[in-house]
Design a binder for this molecule. Structure first.
Ligand SMILES: C[S@@+](CC[C@H](N)C(=O)[O-])C[C@H]1O[C@@H](n2cnc3c(N)ncnc32)[C@H](O)[C@@H]1O
Length: 238
């Protein structure tokens, strides 16, 4: 998968060179390109923002650097990627990102993330981007961050680990929270007794059917107490 990220703070993404996503880049499973939006400005100050029409607090990101960057990236990628890009703008006013969104985006060949700052991006950029690719405005949750970088990193990590070959043991993906609409069961490792607390007997029994049944019960119980909203729809596709 090819992923291009547009940001005015490219060094935010240094963390993506570590661990499993770092390896996925080294082995060529993910081709991640972090771009500085200011490279598509033409003034001495490399300006990317301006005052809002209609007044109001804060600044708005100017459309032209975005237009030029999207032109260059989509044209360059067209030489190697057949599919139209999916262009994601992180936004607190977008659809909420879930495991289902991650699964869907993990099937795409080319993702472009546009990280907003200040009060956000001139609205016409989203319309223009729709001529270049499939546009999605996606929120990490119902709160406001300072910029799209942290949201983009979270999405790339959630999407990246679903790409075949990124996580060594694919079975570990199937058992995670949210994969079957429930939260994951509790996990324990050695020692069997630690500071007066014991591992549940069933996990030491060697009885695989009993362990599976206990884990499923724990998933339901934990989901009911922590996230009852998820029990409204526990279908695997939710
Ligand atoms: C300060 S926010 C702008 C918020 C905008 N004025 C609003 O009220 O919808 C700046 C940028 O942070 C990012 N951002 C903030 N909260 C986010 C969230 N919950 N999910 C995804 N991106 C977010 C977006 O890229 C946004 O353009």
């Amino acid at each position: 998968m090819r992923i291009d990220v547009l940001s005015i703070f490219p060094s935010y993404f240094d963390g993506l060179t570590l661990s499993l996503l770092g390896k996925a880049q080294a082995t060529g499973i993910i081709d991640l390109r972090i771009r500085d939006l200011r490279d598509w400005t033409s003034d001495r100050h490399r300006t990317v923002d301006d005052t809002p029409y209609g007044g109001g607090a804060g600044m708005v990101m100017k459309p032209e650097p975005w237009g030029l960057a999207l032109d260059d990236i989509s044209e360059a990628a067209a030489a190697t990627v057949a599919e139209r890009p999916t262009i994601i703008f992180p936004s607190p006013a977008g659809e909420v990102f879930t495991q289902k969104t991650a699964r869907d985006l993990a099937t795409r060949e080319h993702l472009i993330f546009g990280c907003g700052r200040y009060e956000g991006i001139d609205e016409r950029v989203f319309e223009y981007a729709a001529e270049r690719g499939d546009v999605r405005l996606i929120s990490l949750g119902d709160y406001v961050l300072n910029g799209g970088e942290v949201a983009t990193m979270a999405m790339i990590e959630a999407i990246g680990r679903l790409i075949p070959g990124v996580v060594g043991n694919p079975e570990s993906l199937v058992e995670e929270s949210h994969e079957d609409g429930l939260l994951e069961y509790p996990s324990y490792t050695k020692p069997a007794s630690w500071r007066g607390r014991s591992v549940p007997d069933v996990l030491l029994s060697g009885n695989h059917a009993a362990i599976a049944a206990w884990r499923h019960e724990q998933q339901i119980e934990r989901t009911r107490s922590r996230r009852p909203d998820l029990l409204d729809d526990t279908s695997p596709s939710s």
